[in-house]
Design a binder for this molecule. Sequence first.
Ligand code: COA
Length: 330
Amino acid sequence: MTQRSTVILGTGSYAPERVVTNEELSKTVDTSDEWIHTRSGIRERRIAGPGETTSDMGAAAARRALEAAGLTAADIDLLVVATVTPDLVMPAAACLIQTKLGVPSTAACFDLNAACSGFVYALDTACAMLTSGRYRRALVIGAEKFSSIVDWQDRTTCVLFGDGAGAVVLGTTEQPGVGLLGTKLGAFGESAELLYVPAGGSNEPATAASIAARRHCVKMKGKEVFKLAVRVMDEAARDILEQHHVRADQISLVIPHQANLRIIEAISEYLELPMERFFVNVDRYGNTSAASIPIALDEARRSGRIKTGDLTLLVAFGAGLTYGSALIRW
Ligand code: COA
């Protein structure tokens, strides 16, 4: 039997118009451009407009990905959205995006929550469903309105995050050695409380008291997350390279989750791969969670940093704590 593999047919991304600079944030919380930039590499982030939702941003990114692939919504039979900030608790953002795009009612549509690793998880899930032969063309979207769960009074977290969306259209090929060569996923559930939203779920439904205590906003132990992120991303990158007998220097471009420039620099040092081989846009968007890798992937593609034959490594970590890596031959 011929082996099917998954290929990326098109990429797209969307960033809200409103740019919020460090300078602007320093007017509402006790911080400075200097502090934020030295600790995180972030200069500015995009924040969704009033009434602009995760599904609006996801649909906008998906339209661009479909256009790049030369396909229409009618061609899609699988729609997976990675997000921790869906428009509603239910139904899934995927169903809202389905309607906005006009994806047929015969398509499977669902959300997946693996926080900032969500896009790599969704890529792996869609890949398994496509290569099974039961689905033909997938839209995989990472979309977040992270500003909706940030505590804008907490300077230790609010300066780090932003909103946006990225998408890919996936299909299959029987050509050997191209496409998604492999993925490595995992999680450290025991560290869940290093980065979480305490209230608003079924454990602690939103009440006037929980809202007043800002327990529906993100809480993070930044230092611990930082250390784990560096170790876990380095291991996830090494594991997938080893699994596929690839040396780090054979990778043309690493697209890491964009959380903090210092994390990316540490991984560059550990892998002994120069920073020129890492795609970085955290300065312009901050951490957009599940949207970060697909936005970066789209920008890398459109700016000509990925060419046919190149090997690209995706590597992510996020709340859970989850991690994931993926190897792609273009
Ligand atoms: N502006 C000014 N000062 C700030 C600040 C801000 N926005 N946020 C925190 N501070 C202060 C702290 O209160 C602390 O003051 P203190 O020493 O008087 O207590 C000081 O700066 C140092 O804080 P610390 O948390 O030790 O800084 P850090 O060097 O660890 O950097 C992070 C903080 C959040 C940038 C860093 O820990 C980080 O990036 N962690 C990973 C976060 C991440 O990637 N999360 C997403 C995972 S997907």
